[in-house]
Design a binder for this molecule. Structure first.
Ligand SMILES: *[C@@H]1O[C@H](CO)[C@@H](O)[C@H](O)[C@H]1NC(C)=O
Ligand SMILES: *[C@@H]1O[C@H](CO)[C@@H](O)[C@H](O)[C@H]1NC(C)=O
Length: 350
């Protein structure tokens, strides 16, 4: 898999998803409030700076924690349209990962163009109908990403959840950087998780050069000068530390008073200043809100397609096809039609 940059993180992903950058939630250690295990250099050769990280920890790694709530508060959603593919095809990269690598049933995927109000080039969402969140809910979470971060991704693969038909899938959330893809169970699509994963894609693209910034001596030197990883999870590797530094940089950009306003009682923020500065110098331009996407640097729309099913017949409305201007989606309790007739697209009402 030469086009994939990165490596397998033993803690994060199962064997079904090699060569991916991963992120998985671990049970909180209630005694230390540390959501991730300490990176022990004796047992993990990837640990950086001896496994040391900023303490007290920045609380921004888990769904609904202080940081996740802050991201949701200060990152506005954007409106979007979902336009369902009816040609019976799937992007080849979606088929490769979802079906060949991860053994999901191709018939369970609905493919959408997702076009956000701040970017004219659509993203593709390969959405498994057994996902616990609706396509609209997932697209809404993605819409919070600042557009210049968001534009570095090409596709989102939204899988079913643990209780669905592929319990052997052990991944939670990952970035497949060479393909510009974010991949995972729908439960992984929450704000701070998306910011972390998008950080991996930004690490490779659209930054200049052919290697991830996190593998350069510039980044390594910044980490070594600081002597502490930005988070416990980041202490696991330069790659993960880069993605977690992105969360700190974004909070610094959007939170009133910056990172110091977010963590006012943390006396140790100076332990990560070189990493913040190095990250901002190379990627800070993507970690600001507002504006529109730079279509010249948008990750390309996937053009290599495979045929999965016969094209949807659009002449007669089936049970699954919404009537024009009828309801075509909703929250997770919605069980009505989600397909659109020819010439119509499903739009989220806000
Ligand atoms: C600041 O960092 C030092 C070095 O890791 C640590 O010993 C100290 O406890 C930290 N301060 C607080 C308030 O956690
Ligand atoms: C999706 O977007 C692509 C690229 O802009 C376009 O060619 C295609 O017609 C769109 N498909 C749908 C169903 O909207």
């Amino acid at each position: 898999m030469a086009i994939l940059k990165g490596f397998l993180l033993a803690l994060s992903l199962g064997a079904s998803l090699p060569s991916a950058l991963g992120y998985q939630l671990h049970p909180r250690d209630t005694s230390s409030n540390d959501p991730y295990p300490f990176c022990n250099p004796a047992t993990n050769a990837n640990c950086i700076v001896g496994g040391k990280y900023l303490v007290p920890q920045l609380d921004f790694s888990l769904e609904n924690d202080v940081g996740d709530q802050a991201f949701r508060q200060y990152l506005p959603t954007h409106t979007f349209t979902l336009s369902q593919w009816t040609n019976g095809k799937m992007p080849e990269r979606c088929y490769f990962w979802a079906v060949t690598a991860d053994h999901w049933n191709p018939a369970d995927f609905v493919i959408y163009n997702v076009t956000y109000s701040d970017c004219s080039i659509p993203f593709v969402m390969c959405y498994n109908v057994k996902a616990g969140k609706t396509a609209s809910q997932v697209a809404t979470e993605i819409s919070r990403l600042p557009v210049k971060m968001r534009q570095s991704t090409s596709m989102y693969l939204v899988y079913g959840d643990a209780a669905s038909d592929n319990p052997s899938y052990t991944g939670f959330m990952a970035a497949l950087c060479g393909d510009g893809i974010i991949i995972g169970r729908s439960s992984g699509y929450f704000t701070t998780s998306l910011i972390h994963e998008t950080g991996h894609v930004v690490d490779s693209h659209p930054l200049p050069g052919s290697t991830e910034f996190s593998s350069t001596s510039t980044w390594h030197n910044a980490v070594i000068q600081d002597g502490y990883a930005v988070t416990a999870y980041g202490a696991g590797s330069y790659v993960e530390d880069f993605a977690d530094t992105g969360r700190a940089v974004l909070l610094d950009a959007i939170y009133p008073g910056g990172l110091a306003g977010f963590a006012p009682n943390n006396p140790n923020l100076t332990q990560i200043t070189h990493q913040l500065a190095a990250f901002k110098a190379v990627a800070g331009q993507y970690y600001v809100t507002g504006g529109s996407c730079d279509t010249g640097h948008k990750f390309p729309f996937p053009t290599s397609l495979v045929t999965v099913v016969a094209p949807t017949t659009t002449t007669s409305a089936s049970l699954g096809t919404a009537t024009p201007y009828g309801q075509c989606g909703g929250w997770s309790t919605y069980t009505g039609p989600t397909l659109c007739g020819a010439g119509y697209s499903c739009t989220t009402l806000k």
